[in-house]
Design a protein around this ligand. Structure first.
Ligand SMILES: Cc1cc2nc3c(=O)[nH]c(=O)nc-3n(C[C@H](O)[C@H](O)[C@H](O)COP(=O)(O)O)c2cc1C
Length: 300
């Protein structure tokens, strides 16, 4: 008998769909956030809010055959403007997750506390962007410091966003030890494209996203679960259809974020992914909680 349990519970939110719109340029405006939610997204993560974003960088995106390279960093909208936006979204009861980052853990704690005062119901720590200062050498100690600073200032549910790659398990466990309620995996990962003239496209190594990273992130989620990591995971990387959403659930994600795919026909693409996901879930002989992690049970 097909089951109909398709709601996901993450970060204290009861999501109408396990599909969440991830953080990026598309979620830098209240209008888009409202349109994405009206289209049926389970939740939307804002563009990363930062009290002191870099302003002198050449922030661009380029499309590659297997995804996208982007040199973008954080929202340029002032924190005060974001606080108003978050308050308005919260007053309407909308499931919005505020992505936040700052130049040091103390400043991030202060920002998180201010965001909590808006009625926003969950936070994502957007601490893993590699497009600043020529890259990011992330460590467990760094993740712990940022997470602890936020945990000390707010009781809101927190997901710590990490990038797949070296030392991931130690970073994920540091987030858990420091009081995170979930991790989001993955941020964009290091990528480069070489132009015909020999130089690097965008002038350096920047964030790579889209279909090309999906197998890497699926493997990373799967490996964390195999190693006994139990905190909820919001899987993210290269989702472009409903089958991708179910793949992320199967390797052990509780919910799934989609971003780069939405740069083409944003609302129509989201609508398609939501409909495909709903029909695959409805047709499945298992309810959502039993789909989560089943790739691990099948291979053990
Ligand atoms: C143009 C662009 C801007 C992004 N901006 C942010 C950001 O501000 N904060 C953040 O946490 N992630 C940001 N991301 C990363 C995405 O949220 C997502 O983690 C990553 O792209 C992998 O998922 P995808 O392949 O579905 O895009 C950005 C990605 C792109 C392509």
């Amino acid at each position: 008998m097909p089951q109909t349990t398709t709601t996901a519970n993450v970060l204290g939110l009861r999501l109408a769909s396990p599909v969440i719109v991830g953080s990026g340029l598309l979620t830098d405006q209240e209008r888009n956030i409202r349109r994405l939610l009206a289209a049926g997204a389970g939740a939307v993560v804002t563009k990363t809010i930062h009290p002191d974003p870099p302003r002198d960088l050449d922030e661009r995106i380029v499309r590659l055959p297997t995804g996208m390279l982007n040199s973008t960093t954080y929202s340029k909208r002032p924190v005060a403007v974001w606080l108003e936006t978050l308050r308005s979204l919260a007053e309407d009861g909308l499931p919005v997750i505020a992505s936040v980052h700052a130049n040091d853990p103390h400043a991030l704690g202060v920002l998180a506390e201010r965001v909590s005062g808006t009625g926003c119901r969950a936070l994502e720590l957007g601490i893993s962007c590699l497009n600043e200062d020529g890259g990011l050498h992330d460590t467990a100690d760094r993740v712990r410091a940022y997470t602890e600073a936020v945990r000390g200032r707010t009781s809101l549910p927190i997901s710590v966003k990490l990038a797949a790659g070296e030392g991931l398990e130690a970073r994920a466990r540091a987030a858990e030890d420091a009081g995170a309620d979930a991790i989001t995996l993955s941020d964009s990962i290091s990528g480069a494209d070489v132009l015909a003239a020999g130089g690097l496209n965008l002038g350096g190594v920047f964030g790579y996203s889209g279909p090309g990273i999906k197998p890497l992130v699926l493997a990373a989620v799967y490996a964390l679960r195999r190693r006994g990591f139990e905190l909820p995971i919001l899987g993210c990387g290269g989702v472009s259809d409903g089958a991708d959403v179910l793949a992320y659930l199967s390797v052990g994600s509780q919910a799934v974020q989609v971003y780069t795919a939405l740069h083409t026909d944003m609302i129509a693409t989201l609508d398609r992914i939501l409909r495909e996901t709903a029909s695959l879930l409805a047709a499945d002989e298992n309810a959502l909680p039993f789909i989560v992690g089943r790739a691990l049970r099948k291979s053990s």
